[in-house]
Design a binder for this molecule. Structure first.
Ligand code: HEC
Length: 199
């Protein structure tokens, strides 16, 4: 009888152990899906944090470059061009430096200097016109405009400065382009701003 009792107790213990094992497996199984959920939640959080940052730039988006070109100051542009001068010469007949000569670049085509060894990134755009909008995008962020470009320049963040340097480059030309018309959506903002100080 003692050994029967012992077996009975051992049986209960075994059953208990099995159910604990079962619970622990069950818990583990239940726990497992929780684990991947955590990192994916964290990733989502990171993405969610990055997302508002990305639209934040367009939220304070600049007006079209034509708006800034309307009041662009060529003399200021000449000063801004000092940032470019280490690599670029903008004089007629000037040599290529680290970057190509930029005389007459406004309204010209991408890769306009035949002797200059452009990057593949810029060669992929060969012949495309360098109009005001293209130059504005390029000077905002050369890397974003042409990933893989050889132009090691971070870009000009202020639209006024970009407009100024574009206006300056436009003056360095045999046939400067007329300034573009200010788009209708940017014009109403410009008109009251100009009208207010005049009163
Ligand atoms: C560190 C040197 C460097 C600086 C600073 C620099 N550039 Fe450049 N730039 C280059 C190089 C190199 C290229 C050729 C890019 C390529 O092939 O990817 C280039 C290309 C260009 C082109 C295209 C020319 C063409 O023929 O298509 C323009 C326009 C230009 N730069 C304007 C500017 C302006 C404006 C500034 C100043 C705000 C500036 N760059 C500052 C090196 C520079």
């Amino acid at each position: 009888m003692d050994s029967f009792e012992f077996n009975k107790i051992a049986g209960w213990l075994l059953a208990a152990a099995l159910s604990i094992l079962g619970i622990s497996i069950g818990t583990h199984m239940a726990f497992r899906p929780v684990k991947p959920e955590k990192p994916s939640y964290v990733v989502e959080g990171v993405v969610a944090e990055a997302d508002p940052a990305a639209p934040a730039a367009p939220a304070v988006a600049d007006k079209p470059i034509a708006f800034y070109l309307a009041s662009a100051d060529v003399a200021k542009g000449e000063a801004v061009f000092k940032k470019c001068g280490a690599c670029h010469n903008a004089e007629k007949g000037g040599t290529n430096g680290i970057g190509p000569n930029l005389y007459g670049i406004v309204g010209n085509v991408h890769d306009h200097m035949p002797g200059f060894s452009y990057s593949d990134a810029l060669m992929a755009m060969k012949g495309k016109p360098w109009n005001f909008d293209e130059l504005n995008a390029w000077l905002t962020s050369p890397k974003a405009y042409a990933a893989g470009t050889k132009m090691a320049f971070g870009g000009i963040s202020k639209p006024e400065d970009r407009a100024a340097v574009i206006a300056y480059l436009n003056s360095k030309s045999d046939k400067p382009l007329p300034m573009p018309a200010v788009p209708a959506d940017a014009a109403p903002a410009a008109a009251p701003a100009e009208a207010a100080p005049a009163k």
